[in-house]
Design a protein around this ligand. Structure first.
Ligand SMILES: [Zn+2]
Length: 197
């Protein structure tokens, strides 16, 4: 078995790369453009971005947040999405370990990150992401590997909190993953309210 820190670093780097792809999804999907081709180009001068200028987070830092050709500023959003994805993937790996549950979680996380970026930019959630996401999430929750409704709901915390007078989760302590799932539970709840109103 791969030593834990090595696997962890691999998952982090994988998350950074997926985050880089999600930046493309966020930029192109609402415009109806292909997310496969052409490759990334500078929004300032239109020049193709070479692979070595497209490394997640690293290239942003090495190029001082600007295009190599025309020096157009590159938004901080790109490395922020990459870092967010990398850190969330690593947190999920910490929580689930190498398992089928991790695979499903990473797929759903990727969808949620893309949806968050598009929603922030355009105040829309494209059907092409939300409808398959709803179906996949519900089907996944029925399997032994899925995140049950309790795990994605603030109620996960409340019964224990009421009994003991303070907020604790079932395992007796918060993991970063549980904090995330509670916050996503709040998001689901508010999304449900806005859909029903
Ligand atoms: Zn440029």
């Amino acid at each position: 078995m791969t030593p834990f820190p090595v696997a962890m670093i691999f998952v982090l780097i994988f998350g950074l790369c997926v985050g880089s792809f999600l930046n493309v999804v966020v930029a192109r999907l609402p415009a109806g453009r292909s997310i496969i081709s052409p490759g990334s180009t500078c929004p300032g001068c239109g020049s193709a971005i070479a692979w070595y200028d497209n490394l997640p987070v690293l290239s942003y830092a090495m190029l001082h947040a600007s295009c190599r050709t025309c020096r157009t500023q590159i938004s901080w959003r790109y490395p922020a999405v990459e870092l967010t994805c990398g850190v969330l993937f690593a947190m999920a790996y910490l929580h689930f370990g190498p398992s089928l549950k991790l695979v499903g979680t990473l797929i759903l996380l990727s969808g949620l990150i893309a949806i968050t970026g598009i929603d922030l930019d355009h105040q829309i959630i494209p059907d092409v992401l939300s409808i398959p996401g709803i179906v996949a999430g519900l089907l996944w929750s029925l399997t032994p590997y899925g995140i049950g409704w309790e795990g994605s709901c603030p109620r996960h915390f409340w019964p224990a909190a009421a009994k003991r007078g303070r907020i604790r989760c079932r395992s007796g302590r918060f993991s970063p993953w549980e904090a995330w799932s509670a916050s996503s539970g709040v998001t689901h709840f508010s999304a449900g309210i806005s859909l029903s109103s």
